[in-house]
Design a protein around this ligand. Structure first.
Ligand code: MEV
Length: 327
């Protein structure tokens, strides 16, 4: 039996824009998914328990005990199953020859916006690698997770699996010429506290990405102008982070939220959470990840502000996750 883990992530700048090669900034968060993989002798594979999130395929069975938003596991069941099968395929591992039992746990909540699907792919690929001594390095784990995550995100940029595999604070740009993506670890003076506000709405990243693609094709001038702003914003954000200019980082997060609203991937509940964060002293706030529900992120460098923002979100009926980036 072997274990593997994958970090959750938060995108600080330029989700969606990143799909088109615009640089983005993301960070691993201090919560992860832990997968356990066990080689089971042929004919001894148990039937799935039938609990929420349990599933089986040809030669494998999986139980899912991750904390989750209500309804998430049922809604995502088909995508999750396909994602596990893609991980097997990418790892050139045939579960029909060597049966496996998978268990998912850890403290990362299964919900849109925190890279939950990528964290499953990374953790399962790692556990599989150890259990069967497949000899993969992190680069290979990352490639496998990218393929696995495509079951969820359609044409993912690769930012989620990259943050989930390597951790840290990352500058990431997808390469459109089939060459390797650009990934740089960014160093900051000290870790930063954030609050992630959970709308409790299950989202569909693939649909959100497809919506942007459609509108971008329909309104090219409008979208080109917004995309140009997002490109410029990435450089300013990188500069502000390297100078540890928190006020500027916060302002730029606010600007990024506005661009994301303009490409119609926010949601009234995300905007409400952003408003709560700003009114309670956050340096900046924006939606994060695929949008249309899921999570938003508020920059709250001081512990007192972090507490205040999280409490205000919970009072308004949302869930809040206090965590740190740049560790
Ligand atoms: C999802 O976490 C981030 C998106 O930009 C999609 C992607 O990059 O693959 C919306």
């Amino acid at each position: 039996m072997a274990q593997g883990s994958g970090y959750g992530k938060v995108i600080l700048f330029n989700e969606h824009f990143v799909v088109y090669g615009i640089p983005s900034i993301a960070s691993a968060i201090d919560s992860r998914t832990i997968a356990t993989v066990e080689h089971v002798p042929k004919g001894e594979l148990p039937a799935p328990s039938g609990r929420e999130g349990s599933m089986a395929g040809d030669g494998w069975v999986m139980e899912d005990d991750r904390p989750a938003n209500p309804g998430y596991k049922e809604t995502k069941k088909e995508q999750q199953k396909r994602s596990i099968e893609l991980v097997f395929e990418a790892a050139r591992f045939d579960p029909r020859k060597r049966n496996v039992r998978i268990h998912l746990g850890g403290d990362l909540i299964a919900v849109g916006g925190v890279g939950a699907s990528a964290a499953v792919c990374v953790s399962v690929a790692r556990a599989l690698n150890t259990e069967f001594k497949l000899g993969f390095d992190d680069k290979r784990i990352n490639e496998i997770a990218f393929i696995g995550d495509s079951a969820y995100a359609g044409t993912p940029s690769g930012i989620d699996n990259t943050a989930s595999t390597f951790g840290g604070l990352l500058w990431f740009a997808k390469n459109h010429q089939k060459g390797p993506n650009t990934m740089e670890q960014l160093k900051i003076k000290a870790p930063l506290r954030i609050v992630m506000g959970n709308t409790l709405l299950t989202t569909n990243t693939e649909a959100a990405v497809a919506g942007v693609r459609e509108r971008k094709a329909k309104f090219p001038e409008k979208y080109d102008a917004i995309f140009a702003k997002s490109r410029e914003l990435a450089d300013r954000a990188r500069d502000a982070l390297s100078k540890y200019d928190i006020a500027e980082v916060g302002r730029l997060m606010d600007e990024n939220h506005s661009l994301l609203q303009q490409i119609e991937v926010s949601h009234p509940k995300l905007d409400e959470l952003v408003g709560i964060a700003r009114r309670n002293g956050a340096a900046g706030a924006k939606m994060t990840g695929g949008g249309l529900g899921g999570y938003m992120v508020a920059l709250t460098p001081e512990m007192a502000v972090q507490d205040k923002v999280a409490t205000a979100m919970e009072k308004a009926g949302f869930k809040a996750l206090k965590t740190t980036i740049g560790v």
